[in-house]
Ligand binder design. Structure first.
Ligand code: PHB
Ligand code: FE
Length: 348
């Protein structure tokens, strides 16, 4: 979710956590566009990335790997927009990044039991502000005109084929991160037809009225309310939680979901899900090994807490509304690693 400013600073202002004890890698190389496909290729540390008409190819010293360009770009878009997010962003069961808030591990196979058993995993550590520019250039160069990696598949064109224009307007979208709450004076504005956010085709039945707020004199600008369902019905993106209210470390990050969450998110803390409408099916796997652990089918009104040691990926058959509730404290991941905070938020 939105990395709150606090979440981006090193723990206690001190050393960055580095559980694998990796030295820093660098050396970015951007190779010119391929004569045939028109796409640039990229090298970072010992990772090599290229795309062709259908696939993204990733080479490491120990193995070679391919992903659908569609799935790769949707995942890359989230990793870029979320600033490497909380914990691990698995693009799929093999490739991904783990955020240490200032530095990032990029891995192939390191969180996949079959790869680690065979000794085929590869992981390197980068400064976040050195890896991010490469990811941004990659998502810009590899996204063709008409394809929006944030959109539901039924609401966008396809990513396939030789390089054909770009969609920089879509891939550089700023994510909503309210400072206090959507709709407060000077904070993130409400969405309206007028500012470019029409109601989505699947939420035409959502009421659009707004609460009336009558503020006591002296509290002007301090009291606000808005129709969250109306706000979400006008989201133009999927699987992109935005920070809509902030109370200290408590971040309410609602989002609208359709089709598949493009990443398997490996938490570094617990997070709560409140299903606000319709239904999402979550595949839950072990965070370290990728072994399947549970399937959770959430219907409107259901509440679940994802433990801190899993990865999870949601499937939303119809556009739905989900509230993701995060604790943005930068101290939590290290407390969990040291066994000082539990993996579960509640025990019954
Ligand atoms: C999550 O990883 O918890 C997550 C990410 C994106 C969403 C919903 C949930 O849209
Ligand atoms: Fe998550």
């Amino acid at each position: 979710m939105a990395m709150s400013e606090a979440a981006m600073v090193p723990l206690d202002g001190g050393e960055l956590s580095n559980p694998r004890g990796l030295a820093l890698s660098r050396s970015l190389k951007v190779n010119p566009a391929d004569n045939v496909t028109g796409y640039k290729s990229f090298e970072m540390g010992k990772f090599k990335f290229r795309r062709d008409e259908y696939f993204v190819h990733i080479d490491t010293p120990k193995t070679t790997y391919a992903m659908s360009a569609d799935a790769f770009l949707r995942a890359l878009m989230r990793d870029v927009a979320w600033g490497f997010f909380y914990g691990t962003v698995n693009f799929d069961p093999v490739f991904g990044t783990t955020n240490y808030y200032g530095e990032v591990d990029m891995f192939l196979g390191a969180l996949n039991e079959a790869y680690t058993r065979a000794g085929r995993e590869h992981v390197e550590r980068f400064k976040a502000d050195e890896l991010m520019p490469m990811f941004k250039e990659m998502v810009s160069d590899w996204t063709n005109e008409g394809f929006d990696p944030f959109a539901a598949p039924q609401e966008t064109g396809t990513p396939w084929g030789e390089k054909n224009g770009d969609n920089d307007a879509a891939v550089s979208r700023e994510r909503v991160t309210a400072r206090r709450m959507v709709g407060l004076e000077g904070d993130t504005p409400l969405r309206t037809d007028g500012n470019g956010y029409p109601v989505n085709r699947m939420f035409l039945d959502v009421e659009q009225d707004q609460p009336e707020v009558h503020t006591e004199p002296g509290f002007e600008g301090e009291v606000a309310a808005y129709n969250l369902f109306g706000y979400l019905s006008r989201s133009d993106v999927t699987w992109n939680p935005s920070v809509c209210s902030v109370v200290k470390d408590s971040l309410f990050c609602p989002t609208t979901e359709e089709y598949i969450l493009p990443v398997e998110h490996g938490n570094d803390r617990c997070e709560w899900f409140i299903q606000l409408s319709d239904e999402i099916i979550w595949n839950i796997k072990d965070g370290e090994t990728g072994r399947p652990r549970a399937v959770v089918r959430m219907k409107a009104g259901d509440v679940a807490c994802m433990p801190a040691d899993v990865r999870h990926q949601g499937f939303s058959p119809k556009r739905s509304m989900l509230l993701v509730w995060e604790n943005g404290s930068p101290k939590i991941p290290e407390l969990i690693r040291q066994g000082l905070a539990p993996n579960v938020a509640v025990q019954f």
